[in-house]
Each structure stands twice: as C-alpha cells, then as structure tokens.
Design a protein around this ligand. Structure first.
Ligand SMILES: Nc1ncnc2c1ncn2[C@@H]1O[C@H](COP(=O)(O)OP(=O)(O)OP(=O)(O)O)[C@@H](O)[C@H]1O
Ligand SMILES: [Mg+2]
Length: 191
C-alpha cells in the first residue's frame, strides 16, 4: 500500500532510546529507534536475539518497568496520543482496546490461577458493557476463531492443563478480544 496516499500513521516511534538502570550502572538497549505504522499495514520488525524488539513493543504498550527503565523519545505516540504523558488509568483504557500485544512468553503472561475462559472474559468485562452470558458466548466465539479445540472444555481449563501452542492461542484470543487498532505479535511461534 502506498503510504503517501494515506493519512497520519497509527503509531509513531521517533528516536526512541531506552536504558535500564541497575544500581549506578545504566545499560542502553535501544538507540534512536524510529518507525511508523499505518492503518491496514503489517510491519515486520526483525533483529537478532537481544536487539530490542520486545523492549520496543513494551515501550508502545507502556509496559517497561517504571522503576528502572529510562525512556526518551522525540515522539512516541499512538493515534495522536503522546504515550509519554499517559497516566495509569488512561493506560488501562488504552491497552486492549487501542493497542494489544501477544506476548512472547505464554507461561509468564497467563495467570496460572485463573481458567483460560475467565482470563479472556475479564478483559471483556473491563472494556465492554456485555452481560455475563454474552461475554461467555463471545469468549467461546473467540476460542473458535483462534482454532482452540473444544472451546467449551478449554474455557474451564487452567493454563497448565493445555499445550504451549494452545496457551498462545488463548493469548491471541485475549489480545484480539477488544478489536484493537494495533496488534503487536511478539515472535509468534508456529504450532
Ligand atoms: N526489564 C529489563 N531490565 C533490564 N534489561 C532488560 C529488561 N528487558 C530487556 N532487557 C534487555 O534489553 C535488551 C533487549 O531485549 P529484548 O527482550 O527487547 O530483545 P529481543 O530483540 O526481543 O530478543 P529476542 O529475539 O530474544 O526476543 C536485552 O539485552 C535484554 O537483556
Ligand atoms: Mg523478544
């Protein structure tokens, strides 16, 4: 798609630098990263292990640790919102419905104490006004969409009771539940 024919980018990263503080030491891991993502566009970010793909994604999601991450950028914005000024509550509205991420590590991203169905249902409870019955129907529809076997059974299973590939499908269902404008897939495995 020709970019010049389009309007403003959905996401802009302009000269993003990220360092992690460890005591008195600072370790810079991103050096002037810039990218633009337009509507209806699939943008692939490629780089060797440790080069900063996940850190870049987490910066866009506001998920870098506030304690030790130092973030500077000429611009870091999603749909015209300057992410550097987004506060806690704004972030929870933003994440899920505007921008969402399928994380690299399913084991550490799913809550081991909550059934798969309820983890997806929670997101719909936060972001929609659907009734409990409609939420369950929607979760089952999402589970079918991501090709989870026997959605009714998966709904009541805990993450440790399903396979790694199935966990990743649950994460995909969570990420797409609120139809975000931007979906970040951090290293999707083929299962
Ligand atoms: N929370 C953190 N605290 C300190 N350093 C971190 C943190 N998160 C990431 N890093 C460091 O930032 C660098 C970039 O890591 P990142 O996870 O973005 O790499 P990646 O490109 O996603 O790699 P991979 O392909 O292996 O997933 C690495 O050196 C990593 O050790
Ligand atoms: Mg990574």
């Amino acid at each position: 798609m020709t970019r010049s024919l389009q309007n403003k980018p959905l996401a802009i990263i302009n000269n993003l630098n990220v360092s992690f503080r460890n005591g008195k030491l600072e370790n810079q891991v991103l050096f002037d990263v810039s990218l633009e993502l337009f509507e209806n566009e699939i943008l692939a970010v490629v780089g060797e292990s440790g080069s900063g793909k996940s850190v870049t994604s987490k910066a866009l999601m506001g998920l870098l640790p506030v304690k030790n991450a130092i973030i500077t950028a000429k611009e870091l914005s999603v749909m015209g919102n300057d992410l550097q000024f987004l506060k806690g509550q704004d972030w929870s509205r933003f994440r899920g419905s505007v921008i969402s991420m399928i994380f690299q590590e399913p084991m550490s991203s799913l809550n081991p104490t909550i059934t798969c169905g309820h983890q997806v249902a929670e997101i719909l409870e936060i972001h929609t006004k659907l009734s409990n019955k409609d939420i369950k129907t929607e979760v089952l529809r999402l589970f079918e969409k991501v090709k989870l076997p026997i959605p009714e059974q998966t709904f009541n299973k805990y993450p440790h009771e399903i396979s790694g590939g199935q966990m990743q499908r649950v994460m995909i269902a969570m990420a797409i539940a609120c139809k975000p404008k931007i979906l970040i897939a951090d290293e999707l495995q083929q299962h």
